[in-house]
Design a protein. Structure first.
Length: 457
């Protein structure tokens, strides 16, 4: 387990950093700029080799990497040679800086496409009936809400998709549907003069209004709700499905709600007030709604594969959605609509990489693709030291027809470096504060303080 996590961390950081720096490297070579160093990691050189004037190395600090170009740093008082970075026009230098972020984001696209081809885990609805449309075949046959469909014409049903596929792929005028109702199996027969299609049944799946997980410090947790509780009503309105629940809660931010709860054989009511928060939308954006801090039980998971022609638009859509989500998240942080306590640094990323590695190769590759998108977008921010800040200097030079003074660049770089270091320290401490080790040390410290105070008294 530990080895899997460690390999996942090394592979994640190694691939994401390598692709990013490869973008800078290729663009520099394309424009005739000599590359002195291609490094994965910072600090002291561990191992490496030299080839055609470039030192390819692995350095001791794994959280990052760099491509060193001769003449890149301002303030060097010496003639500029033809192969050096500053000998090139502003637009070529800008292209070199853009190479890293665009390679990072571009790399994610084929990776997402490949994942959809080899198969991605998809949450699939359970084989429970959530809606029976009036007047259609399902109602006529006697199918009821909460029935579990376990067999159709001798074929076992595990997922809701299996039901639709079985009916449509085996055209017949007679359907024998076996359902599990109140612990007992019941067989229902549908007979028609023409072939029966799935849409003729008028059925939809059910996600019960049962609590799967509870988020700490949200209204549900404060009201004493627990995992496994079933929400039966809100303000006297009957709740059966998860959609019934979210329809009310999403529109009730700041409003007092009287919530009926079933826990085992006990039934009771609690009062709570949904808080306003953000949730992701299907188009990659974010939507502000009322939340009480609960999520449904984990749905059944199956690996779904897609043919190439379907995988391409799905992969492109996933990459675009990831870019949008990263930009929206940044906007929320900068506008104060999200807490900086939610920002994850290198330690948190390493933890997530290890967790994804344990879930399997597909999960790890998906995380690497998403991390590459984040790396590309964040490096385009106009902060000196990162690519975005250097791109701004190049654009100013292109407009003014004159390079930004070296003194201004040096000052900006020092400010940017201080900002990056501060963010690194903050996110690292933030990540560590969420670990079990930190919580254990914190609890021990409180015990020592209490013991010391007791001795003083």
């Amino acid at each position: 387990m530990i080895l899997t996590k460690l390999l996942g961390i090394l592979v994640t950081f190694g691939i994401a950093i390598f692709i990013h720096e490869l973008g800078h490297f290729i663009l520099a070579k394309l424009f005739g700029i000599r590359v002195e160093t291609f490094s994965l990691g910072f600090g002291k050189r561990l191992i490496g080799f030299k080839y055609k004037g470039t030192d390819y190395r692995l350095s001791i600090i794994p959280f990052g990497g760099y491509v060193k170009l001769p003449g890149e740093e301002p303030g060097k008082d010496k003639p500029i040679e033809e192969h050096e970075f500053l000998s090139k026009p502003w637009w070529k230098r800008m292209a070199v800086y853009l190479g890293g972020p665009f390679f990072s984001m571009g790399f994610a696209i084929p990776l997402f496409i490949m994942l959809f081809i080899i198969g991605v885990p998809m949450a699939v609805p359970p084989n429970l009936v959530g809606r029976v449309e009036s007047g259609l075949l399902g109602e006529k046959a006697g199918i009821r809400v909460k029935d579990e469909i376990i067999e159709v014409s001798g074929k076992k049903i595990q997922y809701w998709d299996d039901l639709a596929t079985t009916v449509d792929d085996n055209p017949s005028r007679i359907l024998k549907i076996k359902v599990l109702r109140d612990g007992h199996e019941t067989e229902l027969i549908i007979e028609e003069d023409s072939e029966i299609k799935f849409e003729d049944l008028g059925l939809d799946y059910l996600i019960l209004s049962q609590i799967g997980r509870i988020k700490p410090n949200y209204p549900a947790a404060k009201a004493g709700l627990k995992e496994g509780d079933i929400i039966t009503s809100i303000d006297g309105r009957s709740i059966i499905t998860w959609d019934d629940l979210t329809e009310i809660v999403y529109q009730s931010s700041g409003m007092n709600l009287r919530v009926g709860v079933k826990r085992g054989s006990d039934e009771f009511e609690v009062e709570l007030v949904p808080v306003e928060d953000w949730i992701p939308k299907t188009d990659g954006g974010l939507e502000k709604v009322g939340l009480i801090g609960i999520s449904p039980p984990v749905m059944k998971i199956k690996i779904q594969k897609f043919p190439l022609l379907e995988a391409i638009p799905l992969g492109l859509g996933q990459a675009l959605g990831s870019v949008k989500l990263t930009i929206y998240s940044l906007g929320m942080l900068l506008s104060g609509q999200a807490s900086w306590r939610e920002v994850t640094g290198p330690v948190g990323i390493a933890r997530m990489a290890g967790e994804h590695a344990q879930r399997g190769l597909n999960s790890l590759l998906f995380f690497i693709a998403f991390l590459s998108i984040n790396l590309g977008v964040l490096n385009l921010l106009p902060i000196p030291v990162v690519d975005g800040g250097n791109i701004v200097f190049c654009l100013i030079e292109g407009v003014r027809r004159k390079m930004v003074s070296l003194k201004i660049q040096e000052i900006a770089i020092k400010i940017g470096f201080a900002l990056i270091i501060s963010l690194f320290v903050f996110t690292t401490l933030n990540d560590l504060s969420k670990t079990k080790l930190y919580q254990g040390i914190k609890e021990k410290a409180f015990e020592w303080i209490k013991a010391w105070q007791w001795q003083e008294e």
